[in-house]
Design a protein around this ligand. Structure first.
Ligand code: ATP
Length: 463
């Protein structure tokens, strides 16, 4: 499908209409940067997380999982550099007070800038093209100067003073700090040896200046991050390997090669050896989906310095002591969700009827199979269909639907990406042809083809 603003509108509308994504706090008029996943959305998000976990933990002999606390000792965020430097360039429109990210406005004007530039650098760039940049809200060109706005979200968790804001804790701005601070714990409590990785999925929070593009940029979002701890000499070799693996991961999910590409960071932070993003072809263009970074020993050095606890690794084979280097892969659940919706959204015509269909791969589909009694008002059909539903539900996420005619039920399931629908009809009961007793019709989402399958073979057929 062609990618455009209309594609985005169609996806947003389908997500709301079919219970994938709702605006956060909708009955109160919404809450900027916040979204809720509905009944099918939570299934899809869970399947996205399960696919990542399977690829990154279950299939990797040297990677283990972790679930660390969202709120940590505040020093973690001083050590990581977030308290001092986790900021985006903010510019305010003097006419309507709308705050925007200066680097994004510059990017739209096709002038290179990024969030890592100093205040002076970005102000100089902004000043040089001021007259070309308009406020996205009111269209005026009356901006103040660019300032740096810290994205860390403060909390009074564990602080009972009235003036807690001078001494706050923080909601984590990324999940990987929980991994670094548990590096020693994992090393000491499990069988792992360098090189090994720790993977984690969890919520992160950022006071994004201008959350935009639906669930692409939220203030509360979820990350899937993996940190591989390696010997310094192996860092770049391991980095290349993970670059390859992560790109292959998206191709294996079923993304078309032309919709994913590499983007190299123009402006590397001082400690990084290499930083590439995997960009996806969202309806609003190619944007970052995942970062793959070679981070040197910066993170462990910082936590060693701030905590006073040694993070060194003693190699049991060479007796060499060193601080491991880190290769990181970091991707958002929400951005993957939007990429998956975009990649598999389709419109076609089946049996002369137009339809919307989500062509999800089976492992991502929120519902794997829908079970229908042919007629709602025939108790013998309904009873048999409920029996089949109970059988399938033991093995996969199934849905029972007896609402409306079968054609309408097919359309509903196509719209949520259900690969198969099973209909229980009079043949299932053996009323017309005893040879067909205890067989059902299985309809394929993509082709509309119908196959007669014995109930006893249904699970194997559908898996
Ligand atoms: P961007 O440049 O788009 O702000 P980033 O470079 O700050 O992203 P990272 O800090 O590298 O992002 O975070 C790793 C991943 O977490 C990103 O690739 C993205 O998938 C996800 N992510 C980051 N910020 C957000 C957000 N505000 N909303 C949703 N997902 C996010």
């Amino acid at each position: 499908m062609e990618r455009s603003v209309e594609t985005m509108d169609k996806i947003v509308s389908l997500c709301k209409r079919r219970g994938f994504v709702f605006s956060g706090s909708e009955i109160y008029g919404g809450f900027v940067g916040s979204f809720d996943y509905g009944p099918y959305g939570v299934e899809l998000a869970n399947n996205i997380k399960a696919a990542w976990w399977q690829a990154m933990v279950h299939r990797e002999p040297n990677i283990v999982g972790l679930d660390s606390a969202i709120v940590t000792h505040p020093k973690v965020w001083e050590a990581s550099g977030h308290v001092g430097g986790f900021s985006d360039p903010l510019v305010e429109c003097k006419a309507c007070n709308t705050r925007s990210r200066a680097d994004h406005l510059l990017e739209e004007a096709e002038v290179f800038a990024d969030e890592k530039m100093s205040v002076e650098e970005i102000n100089a760039v902004f000043d040089s093209v001021r007259e070309k940049i308009s406020c996205p809200k009111c269209g005026e060109k009356q901006f103040g100067s660019v300032t740096k706005f810290n994205l860390l979200v403060k909390t009074n968790l564990g602080n009972f003073k009235d003036d807690w804001s001078a001494d706050p804790a923080y909601l984590r701005g990324e999940t990987c700090q929980g991994i670094y601070i548990n590096f020693k714990n994992v090393l000491d409590s499990t069988r792992v040896k360098v090189p090994f990785g720790i993977a984690q999925i969890g919520k992160a929070f950022r006071n994004e200046i201008a959350p935009r593009q639906y669930i692409f940029r939220k203030r509360e979002f979820e990350q899937m991050e993996m940190q591989m701890f390696v010997a310094p000499a192996d860092e770049m070799k391991v980095y290349s390997l993970w670059k390859e693996k992560r790109m292959q991961y998206y191709l294996d999910l079923g993304f078309k090669p032309e919709n994913v590409r590499w983007h190299e960071h123009e402006n590397l932070v001082f400690y990084a050896k290499a930083a590439f993003d995997i960009e996806y072809n969202f309806p609003f263009g190619f944007k970052e989906l995942e970062g793959v970074h070679a981070r040197g020993d910066y993170d462990l050095t910082q936590h060693q310095t701030f905590s006073g606890v040694s993070m060194e690794y003693l190699d049991p084979y060479t007796n060499e002591k060193y601080l491991p280097h880190v290769v990181e892969t970091s991707v958002g659940v929400d951005r993957t969700f939007l990429a998956v919706m975009t990649e598999f959204y389709d419109e076609d015509e089946l049996c002369g009827e137009k339809r919307i269909v989500l062509r999800f791969p089976k492992k991502l589909a929120p519902i794997k199979v829908a079970v229908f009694p042919l007629l709602k008002n025939r108790p013998e059909l309904v009873e048999k269909a409920k029996e089949v539903f109970a059988l399938l539900a033991e093995h996969m996420r199934a849905e029972f639907d007896d609402n409306g005619n079968v054609g309408k039920r097919y359309r509903r399931q196509d719209e949520i990406g259900t690969p198969h629908c099973v209909t229980i009809d009079f043949d299932t009961l053996g009323e017309e042809n005893p040879l067909l007793k205890d067989t059902v019709t299985v309809r394929d989402r993509d082709t509309g083809e119908q196959t007669r399958v014995a109930i006893t073979e249904l699970i194997t057929y559908l898996q």
